[in-house]
Design a protein around this ligand. Sequence first.
Ligand code: ATP
Ligand code: MG
Length: 441
Amino acid sequence: MSKVSEDLNEWRRTCYSTDVTPDLESKEITVFGRVMTRREQGGITFLILQDMKGIVQVTIHRDKSPKEVVEDIKNLELHSVIGIKGSVKSMPKAPHGAEINPSKIKILSQPKTKLPFDPHGRIEQSIDKRLDLRVIDLLRPRSQAIFKIRNVVLEVMRQFFHDEDFLEINTPKIISSATEGGAALFPLLYYDKEAFLAQSPQLYKEQLSSIFEKVFEIAPIFRAEPFRTLRHLSEAISVDVEQAYVTYVDVMELLERMIQHIVISLNEKCKDELSILNVKLDPPQLPLKQVTYDEVLKALEKTDVKIEWGDDLSTASLKEISKQFPQYYFIIDWPTTSKAFYIKPKTANQELCESFDLMCGPIELVSGGTRISNREDLAKRIAEKGLEPKNFDYHLKIFDYGMPPHAGFGLGLDRLIMMLTNIENIREVVLFPRDPQRLTP
Ligand code: ATP
Ligand code: MG
């Protein structure tokens, strides 16, 4: 064991690994990071240090480097967390064309046990094993690439909404009653009462759109999904949008522009990350293809999968029809019975409603629609759906004070990231996923 000192004292970083280039030749610098590899060659030790930006080579010569440094690295364990003070030297073979010749090493933390898997190893570990030790898994370039892409998606999405004059809102996640029905809710004890974790901000965002007109929220939704699938989590992040004085046609147009903007931005800002993941992203051509629910059922007639008119589309049916459509497509004009109570039936044909799902292959990314803005119609739909009208008093009464026509959608952020990174399991794109069998870490 080498000597460890957790105190930083006067030690502060002067540059990142990726700043160590021939431009800094002979400059004295301080870097911090984790020792990822160690190689000995004829009296020379090469360390590769990884920090938040990338990697840098540190080279120690048994004969030329300060005695103290040579001594310090003798028993230096892999994955130790260290600081290095030293000078930069051009070295064409090293990452970024330069290395550090250290004058001082500070060992801040030495691992007490060996890692259960090598984050840079060639052998792909099972996702469960990696999630059990997620933070170590995040040393893997692939995992890092996913979360850097996720970060950029959030950044450009927020910017997109702000540029369109949307106001970012935060609505409560502890609620007194179900938004869309009693199923799939997590109950909890709220002082001496029963409460629930919110399955969606639907009613709050609708109410707020009557004042702010254009609102969005990026926040968790909680759903006690009974099944374990590759696209469902118990806690997911939803991007919720609601806008007054528009219909579903307008918010579909907003949504497709946003998706296109995200793809274009990722190609600009995340070249390295996309290449690590081996992903090529083509910006979708607008407008995106639209098919009606009835057309989907017609297309299914030629297959073995059968759907009764009025039912939701099953996983098997979506797999079938995705073979016939481009990557992104809208399914529009669903039967009123298949959608939530707040979706507006079409005036000319009440059996159909002003609704859409945005699909990416067989996976649903977004659901949206025009909302009912008439109090009596809304109360009627609540009763028709078998929900308890009393539970919605606080919501319905807002409609008594005047409610503009409005429309909106909810987009599953985690599902969008799956699609953009071409990853099959939603757990890969969430830092600490929650599902029926996973509540830790
Ligand atoms: P699905 O039919 O795929 O279960 P849904 O129709 O129940 O989804 P919505 O209530 O329409 O979901 O929610 C809007 C969006 O939120 C969905 O299109 C999806 O992208 C995302 N979403 C919903 N539930 C989950 C979940 N359990 N895990 C991850 N994302 C989800
Ligand atoms: Mg849906």
